[in-house]
Design a protein around this ligand. Sequence first.
Ligand SMILES: Cc1ncc(COP(=O)(O)O)c(C=O)c1O
Length: 324
Amino acid sequence: MVKLNTNENPYPPSPAVLEALRGAADGKIRLYPDPEAHALRARAATVYGVPADHILVGNGSDELLALLLRATIDPGDRVAFAVPTYSLYETLVAVQAGRAVCVDYEEDWGVPPSLASAGARVTFLCNPNSPSGTSVPRSEVEALAREVFGVLVVDEAYVDFAADHAMALVGRLPNVVVLRTLSKSFSLAGLRAGLAFGHPELLAGVRTVRDSYNVNRLTQLAAEAALADLPHMQANVARIRKTRTRLIAALEQLGYRVPPSSANFVLARRPGIDQAPVAAALAERAVLVRHFPTTRLRDSLRITVGTDAEIDVLLGHLRDLVAS
Ligand SMILES: Cc1ncc(COP(=O)(O)O)c(C=O)c1O
């Protein structure tokens, strides 16, 4: 099976992570984890240059997204985001009985001006965006943060594969929360570790609605070890970016249009040609990619950047299918 449908990292995490996990697999597992994740937050503070009291740890950034909404919106409150984007936003807004205000991304995946004026209590900006892989510059994120009515949550799940990030806005603008995950660039999707960076007053509300033991002992230790070995993550990211360049060139040769990707996946589009049969045919050949059956995305495939060998398998099948 070549699994290129959920944007996982094809390379293993730092050996230091596996060592930390092995070292922690002992009788201490009978004890609850540190509810404040002090050691992990201290490590994150050093790595990201943000004070530890501006950091909250979650059981994946998905949990942090859910907690942020639980803490900030009442039923009927508006939550805005540009679409297509990460589909969980809409689900979580519905769970909280909020009102999702979805505005269409521009044709070139620019942020629509109406996002800033949506009058939303919470605005999500997925940057780099999924499924497009595109990103907007920090100056635009900052302008959006200054314009929105409420909180701006910048979901930077894929930012290590990009050139720019918005961490500098944390603390400087009190309505900004930046979300990071260790699932993608750090190869820890199975352990569930996410980080929220924001003003302590804003995070205080989120703390009140979380389970005090939301992040388990092993995950805290593993995440700390991963953050302590940035060169390992950066080497994996460099490999993935190199493969991404090759993948995009090959897809373009096959007639796909691919917007510039700042993530570990690409969105490949054949204008006007439904890609559902292609995704299904690839799945029959044990290659999984993502297809979204919506008006805007029907003629596209979202493809995770795997290893070079995995991408060769994908391209081999795709050449067959597109030619036939
Ligand atoms: C844009 C975006 N945000 C957040 C997440 C969730 O990441 P985590 O594994 O930290 O919950 C994903 C996962 O695919 C994602 O695509």
